[in-house]
Design a protein around this ligand. Sequence first.
Ligand SMILES: Nc1ncnc2c1ncn2[C@@H]1O[C@H](COP(=O)(O)OP(=O)(O)OP(=O)(O)O)[C@@H](O)[C@H]1O
Ligand SMILES: [Mg+2]
Length: 240
Amino acid sequence: MKLEIKSLRVRLNGKDVLKDITLSLDSGLTVIIGENSSGKTTLLKTMAGLVKPSAGEVLVDGKSIHQLHARERARLIGYCWQNPYHGFFEENVKREIEFILKNTGVNGRKDYVEILGVEKLFNKNPFKLSGGEARRVSIASVVVADQPIVLMDEPFNDMDLDGYRSLRKLVEIFKKEKKIIVIALNNAMMMEALSPDLIVLLRGGNVVKVGKPGEIGEKEFEENNIVTRRALIESPESNY
Ligand SMILES: Nc1ncnc2c1ncn2[C@@H]1O[C@H](COP(=O)(O)OP(=O)(O)OP(=O)(O)O)[C@@H](O)[C@H]1O
Ligand SMILES: [Mg+2]
């Protein structure tokens, strides 16, 4: 499977949020990394069909995802929200997980839900979950439908070590299953830890650079306002 983004532009409320994005993604893990407001979330939402481009297109195996019926698109692409509470609307977690299965008519991957440790939360109200619990439920309620394309927006936010390991394990399984996985991050250390197949550096709605791990140096990340290991451990005085 191939996901292609061709000359994509997105204009929201008079602002050019994505300017001219062209990318070609194969199965495996792509990390989209960029400073705050660089356009990561808008790009992922457009790839998921939640935002309409003002020009250009998003193609899966040559077919525009914006032309697909909603149900077909939901089977093909899963988008995990940056704000996990945005995806919730059911009264308990179990119904939240089951919703997408009813909607898409697929059997679902209970093993993914198990890896994320969500079953013990089934009777809880999604809106009353802690931040880390909500993150796990939010991801589980999307990926349970086993889409071949999974887009995750800052999925490690709020996660404790156990959550981090669970999600890492899930990403490794997705890789083995040859899914196209796209993760938006604003931190180069997290990116490094994930050993992505491809890194896309975004700034001001443009792709600054596309590379493999090692092809974009710490200096280049820092110049683009990305937290690196080196920047994190330096003393605050050195910047003032
Ligand atoms: N609906 C909208 N209307 C107008 N401007 C918007 C809208 N949505 C996003 N933007 C603007 O587009 C820019 C990119 O936003 P986006 O959420 O895609 O950035 P991001 O890279 O995900 O940032 P962060 O790291 O903070 O999550 C920001 O300047 C934001 O204010
Ligand atoms: Mg974002």
